[in-house]
Design a protein around this ligand. Structure first.
Ligand SMILES: [Zn+2]
Length: 340
């Protein structure tokens, strides 16, 4: 009797797991992206930050999305996943307990909130931050489990330090994900490649004593932050450098990353080096940005290294140029993932 019950339960378990596998999105689409409507709606409409960029990029990706059983209209296919809020213990991998708990309780000082920006804050700011961090963490876990490329359609919050936030960044998703991979997911070495126009100062300080995590930042020498931190490798370039000098620095940064023999690449893919960006001063073209993305994905896919894409900055005026560049980023990622 016992045996037959256990046979039945095994059968049921097999059926369930086959069903689950059949419905498992990660095996069906080329690229998994984490996204939540609070990425946009959690920011106050009067904030200076262009909050619509998230929902507008999602609209651009719609023809590529798998819709249940229905195939996507265009190849390559993309699947959107809803993130779960990150756990406090994961935030503590890269942040001081005092800072984390005061943020979670809604008790940051006015000066601290001002340094982060995204003001006026909304009641949803805490949940938005937890979802954004959760999306990054799940994308990282997915990349490690399945290989290829995964993405979070927000974040790249590289200005957040261990004990304070800054420059639109509350917590540092790159540092948390690097430490989660190293401490909890059996990854031996991680490279953080930061190609945003601004230096990855918070990531550099959060990971400065972690030998297994290499930080490499290509940025404009005269852009924020004005007091730079020391990454393992900093490649500052002059204002108005344009495509050629930017791409030369990207090539050098990639060499440095792959010399480290990473088992995981975390890519801060900010597009604020664009010529039309209101904050960035590097004067890079849309084509130059596309070339950059191809260089990163080609190297990683050829070396069979999983990649997580963190969205990063983009503040073009008009905003459509930022939306174009992010559409390029995610569709290029899906194309390269399709080739693996
Ligand atoms: Zn930036």
């Amino acid at each position: 009797m016992e045996e037959s019950i256990s046979q039945v339960s095994t059968l049921v378990a097999e059926e369930v797991s086959a069903e689950e596998q059949g419905a498992m999105p990660t095996s069906q689409s080329d690229l998994s992206i984490w996204y939540h409507s609070l990425y946009t709606d959690g920011i106050h409409p009067d904030a200076r930050f262009p909050r619509d960029r998230y929902v507008r990029v999602l609209e651009r990706l719609t023809p590529f999305l798998l819709d249940g059983e229905k195939p996507a209209k265009f190849e390559p296919s993309i699947e959107i996943h809803t993130p779960k809020p990150i756990q406090r213990e994961h935030l503590l991998l890269a942040h001081d307990e005092d800072y984390v708990d005061r943020f979670l309780a809604g008790n940051l000082r006015e000066k601290e909130i001002k340094r982060i920006g995204l003001t006026p804050w909304t009641d949803d700011m805490i949940q938005r931050t937890l979802l954004l961090m959760g999306g990054a963490l799940e994308a990282t876990e997915n990349a490690i489990q399945f290989g290829g490329i995964s993405a979070n359609m927000a974040g790249g919050t590289h200005h957040a330090h261990r004990g304070f936030g800054s420059g639109y960044c509350v917590f540092n998703d790159l540092a948390v994900c690097a430490l989660h991979a190293l401490n909890n997911l059996n990854v031996g070495s991680v490279a953080v490649l930061d190609l945003d126009v601004h230096q990855g100062d918070g990531t550099a300080t959060a990971l400065q004593h972690v030998d297994e995590a290499l930080t490499v930042s290509v940025h404009c020498a005269v852009n924020f932050p004005f007091r730079k931190s020391s990454s393992d490798h900093d490649l500052p370039i002059a204002a108005d450098s344009g495509d050629m000098l930017y791409l030369e620095a990207v090539e050098e940064a990639l060499d440095l990353c792959f010399d480290h023999q990473p088992e995981l690449l975390l890519f801060q893919a900010g597009v604020d080096a664009l010529a039309t960006d209101a904050l960035g001063k590097l004067n890079v073209s849309r084509l130059g940005m596309q070339r950059r993305n191809d260089m990163v994905f080609e190297r990683a896919i050829n070396a069979n290294i999983p990649v997580v894409v963190f969205m990063g900055g983009g503040y073009a005026k008009p905003l459509i140029h930022t939306i174009d560049a992010f559409e390029d980023l995610f569709t290029q990622a899906a194309r390269w993932a399709n080739r693996q």
